[in-house]
Design a protein around this ligand. Structure first.
Ligand SMILES: [Ca+2]
Length: 112
């Protein structure tokens, strides 16, 4: 018996299967772990300097303006740095497919 599973896995297919495996909470937890990679270990928050240092270490070519934009986009309390909560919310917002998949269901679940 021959079964064709199909070996092509693209990013969009990968996300929902991660959600299925980890559950939505677990998946968000995985995203949030990225925070520890990027944060300034002395301050416990993501700053422009820690972003710059980490992206340089990872060999990523990210322009200063893009780092500033990411900080501004995610910074909810205006202190110029990203706390873990702010980072998680930002990651969630940067996954529009996930938002669209999850939000209506969550709303519906809340109604019952
Ligand atoms: Ca902040």
């Amino acid at each position: 018996m021959e079964i064709d599973y199909g070996w092509e896995i693209d990013f969009e297919d990968f996300f929902p299967s991660m959600v299925a495996t980890l559950g939505a909470d677990g998946f968000i937890g995985e995203l949030c772990n990225g925070f520890y990679l990027l944060m300034d270990s002395n301050k416990g928050v993501i700053t422009f300097e820690s972003l710059k240092t980490t992206t340089t270490l990872l060999g990523l070519d990210v322009r200063d303006e893009e780092l500033v934009m990411m900080l501004m986009e995610g910074d909810l309390d205006g202190d110029g740095a990203l706390s873990q909560m702010e980072f998680c919310i930002l990651m969630f917002r940067l996954s529009p497919g996930l938002m669209m998949d999850q939000s209506p269901r969550m709303l519906v679940d809340d109604m019952y």
